[in-house]
Design a protein around this ligand. Structure first.
Ligand code: NAP
Length: 326
């Protein structure tokens, strides 16, 4: 395939390259785009040197099959339609297109079939949403979902280079430049902008995207999204009320058997999903699986994944893999 990466110098962009190489994705041509600042920089991919180009309106005037975008919403809003118009299939990591009707929002283990109903743009869901879709798909299919409550613990790498700098500089006693308060020694219940209804945009993204991916437009979902002083990988507490009762052991087995997910749940040995274990790999780790005794058919889960890999780059590459040989 002829592949382009837009935002190739970013945290997600560089991870695209790593994941494509690891998965031995067959690439005949590779084009790397970033801002003017990075144009001319050299990058090695599979022992071959590539030159970073400035992204412009003519960047897609050549034969490209798939463009993986991760340069922010404004760039995607402007350049994804230009690419799609020229016959390039765009897999976009930003939030620009996710809720547009006619744009599939895809987690390959969960709703791969929707990817083929695209008009040139496919959206990669929000990083915090992606990891929650795997366990929720299992719960929905086996027991039916009645209500979902998310509480997230999101690493600073989710804010790109700038988030990492705020934590690193903060540890040296410097003031934050990206977050409104120091991230060192704090949990900030504030990710993305506040909206009039008191939620943040990140929380509304999780709510809306969950409904779209699972295909349940009226599913009651609520979320509290929190930035924590962790370098990488997101942890999410999920409480779900189910339509039908369950056997706890059967439910655990179903979670552990689902593609892309690993059950890490042996509290007697202090084993449960950790951000440090999730980092650098592509699986979604699920554990602390237990009944919610405050309601009749409720379950609590602790779900952890690498936000740059499964939450962004790997999920997008998995989407591209759906089109291999087509
Ligand atoms: P990042 O590390 O800050 O990288 C931003 C990238 O965008 C860089 O390659 C940058 O190029 C490029 N860029 C900026 N302005 C540009 C322009 N005018 N033209 C072309 N390229 C431009 O950010 P990131 O974490 O990789 O995130 C990138 C996107 O992925 C965002 O939309 C983000 O929401 C999404 N995403 C991030 C995560 C995550 O966990 N980090 C997860 C899912 C989705 P230069 O180096 O040349 O400036």
């Amino acid at each position: 395939m002829r592949i382009a990466i837009v935002g190739a110098t970013g945290l997600v962009g560089r991870t695209f390259l790593k994941v494509l190489e690891e998965r031995d994705f067959e690439i005949t041509e590779l084009y790397l785009f970033a801002s003017k600042r990075s144009a001319g920089n050299k990058v090695i991919f599979k022992n071959k040197e590539y030159t970073m180009e400035e992204l412009t309106e003519s960047s897609f005037d050549r034969n490209i099959d798939i463009a993986l975008f991760s340069a922010g919403g404004d760039i995607s809003k402007k350049f994804a339609p230009i690419a799609a118009e020229k016959g390039v299939l765009v897999v976009d990591n930003s939030s620009a297109w996710r809720m547009e009707s006619g744009v599939p929002l895809v987690v390959p283990e969960v709703n791969p079939e929707t990817a083929f109903k695209n008009s040139g743009i496919i959206a990669n869901p929000n990083c915090s949403t992606i990891q929650c879709m795997l366990p929720l798909k299992v719960l929905e299919e086996k027991y039916g979902l009645k209500r979902v409550i998310y509480s997230t613990y999101q690493a600073v790498s989710g804010s790109g280079h700038k988030g990492i700098e705020d934590l690193e500089n903060g540890l040296r006693g410097e003031e934050p430049k990206t977050y409104p308060h120091p991230i060192v020694n704090n949990c900030l219940p504030h990710i993305d902008k506040f909206l009039e209804n008191g939620y943040t945009k990140e929380e509304i993204k999780m709510i809306d995207e969950t409904r779209k991916i699972l295909g349940i437009p009226d599913l009651p979902v609520t979320a509290t999204c929190v930035r924590v002083p962790v370098m990488n990988s997101y942890s999410v507490s999920i409480t779900a009320e189910l339509e039908r009762d369950f056997d706890l052991e059967e439910l655990k087995e179903a979670l552990g058997n689902f593609a892309g997910m690993v059950l890490v749940d042996d509290v007697n040995s202090n084993e449960y999903p950790l951000a440090s274990d999730a980092t650098g790999q592509d699986k979604v780790l699920v554990g602390r699986v237990r009944r919610d005794f405050s309601t009749e058919k409720g379950i609590n889960l602790w779900v952890v994944a690498d936000n740059i890999r499964k939450g962004a780059a790997t999920n997008a590459v998995q989407i591209a893999e759906l089109f291999r040989g087509i």
